[in-house]
Design a protein around this ligand. Sequence first.
Ligand SMILES: C[S@@+](CC[C@H](N)C(=O)[O-])C[C@H]1O[C@@H](n2cnc3c(N)ncnc32)[C@H](O)[C@@H]1O
Length: 282
Amino acid sequence: MPRLRPEAISPTAHYTGTVWLQHGLSHPAFATLRGQALYYALKAPLAASSLFGGPTLEGFLLARHRLIDMQLEQAIESGEISQVIEIAAGLSPRGWRFAERYRERITYIEADLPDMAACKRKLLVDGGLDSEHHHICTVNALLDDGPGSLRELVQGLDPTRGLAIITEGLINYFDTEAVLAMWQRFAGVLSGFSHGLYLSDLHVRSVNDGVTTRAFMDMLSTFVRGRVHLHFDSETEACEEMLHAGFSQGQLLDPRSFAASVPDCRRAGAGLVRVVVARTGR
Ligand SMILES: C[S@@+](CC[C@H](N)C(=O)[O-])C[C@H]1O[C@@H](n2cnc3c(N)ncnc32)[C@H](O)[C@@H]1O
C-alpha cells in the first residue's frame, strides 16, 4: 500500500469532493475531514457573494459537473463511447456513478497524480465501491509520453471502441501554453480510437470580466493558492484553438442553455463556466 501524503494532494479536490457530497451526487465513502473543514470554512465568505447577487462557487461547480455528466451520458447511450479516462478525477464521484450505472457496458478509468490516485483507490476499496470495470490509475497530464503519461495509459484500451477524455477542474490552473499542449496531447491520443470525445470545464475571459466576477475569481485564486488562468479572450478563440490542437470539432456549451432540463444549470454563477465538447474523427 503506497504511503499517503495528504499535504501533497490538491486541497481543491477535497473541497469539490465535499460539494458533490453535500448536493447528493457522491457517496459518504468519499468524505474527507479536510474537505469538510474547507467547505465549512469557506461557507461564510462565499455566502457574502451570493447576498449581493454575485456568483456562487457551488453554482458553477454544480452546473459544470451536471453538464459534463449529461454529455457523457448521451455519448454512452448513443453507443459512441464505451471507454472513459477522467484525468484529475480527484474525489469526484462520477467514475463510481457511471461504473455503477453502466457496469460492463463501459470501462471507466480515473487518473490523477500518484498521491491523489492512491487516496481515491483507498477510499473506493475501503467503501466497497470498487468494481472490475472501474480503475484508478496514475497519470500526469503534462507528460507527452513515458511512464505516467496518458499515451502509456491508453495502451491497454481497445482502439475499435470510442474513448472519452474528461478533465474537470484542471485546466484553469495551468497557463495557456500548458493547456494548448494538453489539448494537442488529448487530440493525438483520441484520434487513435474509433470515436474520440473530450469534455472539460473552461472559463473564458469575455464571460468573466465583470467587477463582481473578477473579485470572485481573485478569491478563487487565493483559495487554490495559485492563479486561476483565463486563457482565451472569447469563446470563438477557444473553439479555434481546439481545432488547431487537432480536434475535428470543438464547441463550448453555456450551462444556462440547459436550464430547462438541468436544474443545477439555473444556479447563480452557472453562466461563468463553459463546457468544452470536442471531437476527433468525422
Ligand atoms: C480542483 S481538483 C478537481 C478534482 C475533480 N475533478 C473534481 O472536479 O472534483 C484538481 C485535481 O487535479 C489534479 N492534478 C493537478 N495537476 C495534475 C496533473 N499534472 N495531472 C493530473 N492531475 C493533476 C489534482 O491532484 C486534483 O485532484
